[in-house]
Design a protein around this ligand. Structure first.
Ligand code: FES
Ligand SMILES: [Fe+2]
Length: 347
């Protein structure tokens, strides 16, 4: 069960070209490609004849040819040619999905096409804003996307899962505030006057022995977005009052597109607004975040394996308030969609 009337990230812009790309999203096979004029297209990657993947076929201009018996489809999904007969039967079509290219991502609408308003796309402008540099990638998780939402909203795990990059001994005890809105959850954490995390120390060039005030302000938006405003500034320099000039400021941007109930396409970008012309900075961001996220994927994968064995009661702690609130929003929107009472997810 997924929220369907929503924009999801389907691919990075550079992943989609004139070669057909197969990707399963919300348990549906999709084929992405670009038309000759560069416009991205997403069709169901399952021929309406005998379900062969179209992505294994040929792209003839803007027309897709099935690899099995040669049926051809245009970018609206309509069958336009059958080699063995002249008559094209009613129903000879595959689903065509609304697609928008924005902020270096290819967005796909998985629900009712009549509701696919591009204004509902979640804001990720930082990724192609020239004032920010970024490192980013796509990872694959053998686990449900909401386990990653829990992970990103409960960063008490930093101390234990990321000791060499993001964690410090006492981050688990940082001050936390959780705020719930109808379609947003905010989890704010501050840790004042403590040694910086290894990654922040390298990026910010903080002197040895200096303490920092560290912030981590997370926002969840349905169906699967978590954005974290993160950074550290020299202790007492006024970061909490709004002056971040004595530190490093980054946005950690995550789009957790469900592949199936038990697997996730993890699109992420980490953007920063200092030393953006220096290549070592983007290399450092990319390598440090990739290392940290690999650690997350490893623990979440094992968590999912245990969940798959048998249902078990679990306990909730105060730190779980954000994840629980996010799940409530998702459950509510799925129920509203199924009852036909809901507005679309990103409104
Ligand atoms: S399965 Fe595609 S043409 Fe037969
Ligand atoms: Fe993590």
């Amino acid at each position: 069960m997924f929220i369907r009337n929503a924009w999801y990230v389907g691919a990075w812009d550079h992943e989609v070209g004139r070669d057909m790309l197969r990707r399963i999203i919300l348990a549906e096979p999709i084929v992405f490609f670009r038309r000759e004029d560069g416009t991205p297209v997403a069709l169901e990657d399952r021929c309406c004849h005998r379900q062969a993947p179209l992505s294994l076929g040929k792209l003839r201009g803007d027309i897709v040819e099935c690899p099995y018996h040669g049926l051809r489809f245009d970018q609206t999904g309509a069958c336009v040619h059958i080699p063995s007969q002249d008559r094209i039967p009613a129903g000879a079509r595959v689903t065509a999905y609304p697609v928008v290219e924005r902020n270096r991502w290819i967005w796909i609408w998985m629900g009712d096409p009549a509701l696919a308003d591009p204004d509902l796309i979640e804001d990720f402008h930082w990724i192609d804003d020239p004032a920010w540099g970024y490192g980013g990638d796509r990872l694959h998780l053998e686990g449900n996307y909401l386990l990653l939402v829990d992970n990103l909203l409960d960063t008490t795990h930093l101390t234990f899962v990321h000791p060499t990059t993001l964690g410090t001994d006492d981050f688990a005890s940082s001050e936390v505030t959780t705020r719930r809105e109808e379609r947003r959850v905010n989890v704010d954490r501050w840790l004042m006057d403590r040694p910086p995390a290894p990654f922040h120390k390298r990026m910010g060039g903080f002197p040895d022995g200096a303490n920092v005030d560290r912030w981590q302000l997370a926002t969840f938006a349905p169906p699967c977005f978590v954005k974290l405003d993160v950074g550290s500034a020299l202790a007492g320099s006024g970061a909490r009052q709004g002056d971040r000039s004595k530190g490093v400021s980054m946005m950690n941007l995550n789009a957790l597109t469900p592949e199936t109930q038990g697997s996730t396409h993890y699109f992420w970008a980490q953007v920063y607004n200092f030393k953006i012309d220096q290549r070592w900075m983007s290399d450092l961001v990319r390598s440090q975040v990739t290392k940290a996220f690999g650690e997350d994927l490893a623990i979440v994968r094992e968590q999912q394996r245990n969940i798959n064995l048998a249902p078990r009661p679990t306990i909730d702690l105060q730190q779980d308030a954000g994840g629980i609130a996010a799940r409530r929003i998702v459950e509510r929107l799925i129920a509203e969609e199924q009852q036909g009472t809901g507005k679309v997810a990103a409104e």
